[in-house]
Design a binder for this molecule. Structure first.
Ligand code: E4P
Length: 217
């Protein structure tokens, strides 16, 4: 399973990229606004920090407008992936861009039928939002299982990119179901490294080491 980080905070991205586990980055208009930097500039900066796809989202709602914005965004770097909303115009744009070889992430997916449409439109990634689904009284992970089943039934190559992840259990369940990618905020990814018994173990080893009076080097 690939790990993407869901942020436009370049310091956080650089920190996680140094661990070697980062396969890509997702951004959205909210995350770009939160970063407080120029969209094009910060996207270029992010593209230089990772080798994998960096999702940059269009804000136009009509197909022609989305194509115009995508044209500007894909010139930023070779690893830009155009993010479009799951609407009729979004899927028209998806079809047009993927036919030309541009990677597309179809975002704001909340049903398995929507995911089926995105796959038929040739999406590189489909982004079902599990956290927001849970928040609204649905079962986000059940949605991922349904999409996995449908994509496997028809051998669709669209990758399931689990988005709106809130905690480690979402990550674990995504891996069990066989999702292709997860995107999570930096704090959630950093939380995956932690275990109370790891901390306790280090503490015990260091206390015993101090008693031995030895040094390395
Ligand atoms: C995905 O690409 C989105 O940026 C993201 O996961 C949205 O998550 P949120 O529900 O935490 O805003």
């Amino acid at each position: 399973m690939k790990f993407f980080v869901d942020t436009a905070d370049t310091a956080e991205i650089a920190d996680l990229a140094a661990t070697g586990l980062l396969d890509g980055v997702t951004t959205n208009p909210t995350l770009i606004a939160r970063a407080g930097k120029d969209f094009i500039e910060v996207t270029r900066e992010i593209c230089g920090l990772v080798d994998g796809p960096v999702s940059a989202e269009v804000v136009a709602l009509d197909h022609a407008g989305m194509m115009r914005e995508a044209e500007i965004l894909r010139k930023i770097a070779d690893n830009v992936c155009i993010k479009v909303p799951l609407t009729i115009d979004g899927l028209k744009t998806c079809k047009a861009l993927t036919s030309e070889g541009t990677k597309v992430n179809v975002t704001l997916c909340f049903s398995a039928n929507q995911a089926l449409l995105a796959a038929k439109a040739g999406a590189t990634f489909i982004s079902p939002f599990v956290g927001r689904h849970d928040d609204n009284g649905f079962d986000g992970m059940e949605l991922i299982s349904d999409i996995r089943l449908i994509y496997d039934n028809y051998a669709f190559e669209t990758q399931i990119l689990v988005a709106s992840i809130r905690h480690g259990v979402h990550v674990l369940d995504s891996a069990k179901i066989g999702a292709d990618v997860i995107t999570a905020p930096p704090a959630v990814i950093k939380g995956l490294f932690k275990h109370v018994l790891t901390d306790k173990g280090i503490e015990g080893f260091l206390a015993d080491w101090a008693k031995s009076g030895q040094k390395i080097g």
